[in-house]
Ligand binder design. Structure first.
Ligand code: URA
Ligand code: SF4
Length: 260
């Protein structure tokens, strides 16, 4: 299937927004993709990474120094929380291991549990449309992971203890990937990466920071695609979030180019 940009935006319910964008006043906190000035990183969130590390125990066996393949093998065999009991397989992550973009969801559903890849069901189709609207795809410059690697039975929300048990894997994935931006899809991902339990609507529109080694990686929060499938009226807000993420990405790339 080879959709045009217009068809992709229509699929996301975004065509009217696309047509109106140049007429609408620019919101100071919701930059348009073309002339966006990214907000500075929130200093209050710069501690997120240390919070994550401190809360990581009890978790799987130490994974801090593992490279990609041993890390994936370790996830496959993991029994650190009870989500291992009913899984068909653990779902490690998919995409380009040198990607600039990291998208993080909640956890595998039935389709992902069966196929071993994140976001392959209906929510995944919407995520793919969102990526395509940004001229991205899950195989090039994008990596997709989940807060928990094993399917919560009945697709329930993962518990805080399960997210904590699985967090070292996610942390290691971020450390290996060193993305230029992290996009959190929904509350479980926010809980895993930022240690926050606030509502999504209160977290959208801000830029957080995830400390990875010497670097602060900008973090943008948006709605989970499964939520957007139920709440079509919020798709435009998700698009706004993605445009802001793209502006941050461009700024990060320009900064890197200037540093050379
Ligand atoms: N929802 C998620 O959060 N992750 C998946 O991989 C699939 C659906
Ligand atoms: Fe291990 Fe994570 Fe699966 Fe729990 S969800 S068993 S911590 S891989």
């Amino acid at each position: 299937m080879n959709l045009t940009k217009q068809q992709i935006l229509a699929e996301m319910g975004l065509s009217p927004l696309w047509e109106l964008r140049h007429k609408a006043p620019v919101q100071p906190n919701a930059p348009d993709d073309a002339q966006a000035v990214p907000a500075p990183l929130s200093p209050s969130s710069a501690l997120a990474a240390s919070t994550v590390t401190a809360a990581a125990a009890p978790g799987p066996a130490p994974v801090l120094d593992l490279s990609w393949e041993p890390l994936a093998t370790s996830v496959t065999a993991c029994r650190a929380c009870r989500l291992c009991e009913q899984r068909q397989q653990a779902v490690f992550g998919v995409g380009d291991r040198a990607a600039s973009w990291l998208f993080i969801g909640e956890g595998p559903g039935a389709d992902e549990d069966a196929q071993g890849e994140p976001f392959v069901g209906v929510a995944g189709q919407l995520l793919d449309a969102m990526l395509a609207a940004l001229d991205l795809s899950r195989r090039a410059d994008v990596y997709i992971a989940n807060a928990v690697k094993c399917r919560p039975p009945g697709n329930r929300t993962p518990e805080a203890s399960e997210i904590a048990a699985c967090r070292p894997y996610l942390e290691r994935q971020i450390a290996l990937l060193q993305p230029k931006i992290i996009v959190l899809l929904g509350r479980a991902a926010v809980h895993a990466v930022l240690g926050k339990d606030d509502t999504l609507s209160s977290l959208r529109g801000k830029t957080f920071a995830y400390r990875a080694g010497e670097r602060d990686i900008p973090v943008v929060v948006t709605y989970h695609p499964a939520y957007l499938l139920r709440t079509l009226s919020d798709k435009a807000k998700a698009w706004e979030d993605l445009c802001r993420a793209r502006a941050l990405m461009r700024a990060a790339k320009q900064e890197a180019a200037l540093a050379i």
